[in-house]
Design a protein around this ligand. Structure first.
Ligand SMILES: C[S@@+](CC[C@H](N)C(=O)[O-])C[C@H]1O[C@@H](n2cnc3c(N)ncnc32)[C@H](O)[C@@H]1O
Length: 198
């Protein structure tokens, strides 16, 4: 059983509202048990948010958006672009919708889906993700390989992974992308940017 397997009822929900600043952007975020990182912005998420490359007119996919922080930061950094946020956890989708509204984001859309089935035929300048490590390597492999079908030429997959799994993820990335760079690291996480040239 994973944290995203069961959708808690609203009765069970104990939401928490936090305020934080990421890349100089003040954010108010509603978090809740049953959705990844229910108390604060996860350290890996923050590392990716602080280091991801986002151009102001990009189309962005936040895969496994949780309560929505990465997609919301991306939407603020891309006022002339658009963001699609996807999660398999219905409560996460609800929170992400709530959080986009609270933070005045109008260029983002939240969808419920299993990996890329919510974005069939769509392509993006970048796919950003703090992937669901606890779901196992196979799902994460599908997330990484699947991104290729949804990137425009020159598009970037930007992901954060726990340091201890760095070499496993590096191997999958190098096998499936033309250029792979390690762009940031903290005590516990590493951020990779992988690029497709064609
Ligand atoms: C590590 S959490 C990251 C959440 C959020 N992006 C953050 O950084 O706080 C991974 C997310 O992936 C979602 N997830 C797991 N399996 C998925 C799938 N098959 N399709 C879409 N999302 C999935 C989980 O529900 C969870 O919200």
């Amino acid at each position: 059983m994973h944290y995203y397997d069961k959708e808690p009822t609203f009765k069970e929900l104990r939401v928490r509202k936090i305020r934080t600043i990421i890349r100089g952007i003040p954010l108010t975020l509603v978090l809740a048990p049953g959705v990844f990182s229910s108390e604060h912005v996860d350290e890996g998420t923050r590392l990716l948010a602080e280091n991801m490359v986002i151009m102001s007119d990009w189309d962005i996919l936040d895969m496994g958006c949780g309560y929505g922080v990465l997609g919301i930061v991306a939407a603020k950094l891309a006022p002339k672009g658009r963001v699609v946020m996807v999660d398999i956890n219905k409560l996460a989708v609800k929170l992400a919708m709530m959080n986009t509204r609270i933070n005045g984001v109008s260029n983002a859309e939240v969808r419920w889906g299993d990996l890329y089935n919510a974005v069939v035929g769509e392509r993006f300048n970048t796919v950003i993700s703090n992937p669901p490590i606890t779901a196992g390597l196979e799902l994460n492999r599908r997330l990484i390989i699947g991104a290729r079908e949804h990137l425009k030429p020159g598009g970037l997959l930007q992901i954060v992974v726990p340091k201890k799994l760095r070499s496993r993820f590096e191997e999958i990335l190098f096998k499936n992308y033309d250029v792979v760079e390690r762009v940031a690291k903290s005590g516990s996480h590493v951020v990779f940017i992988a690029k497709l040239m064609h």
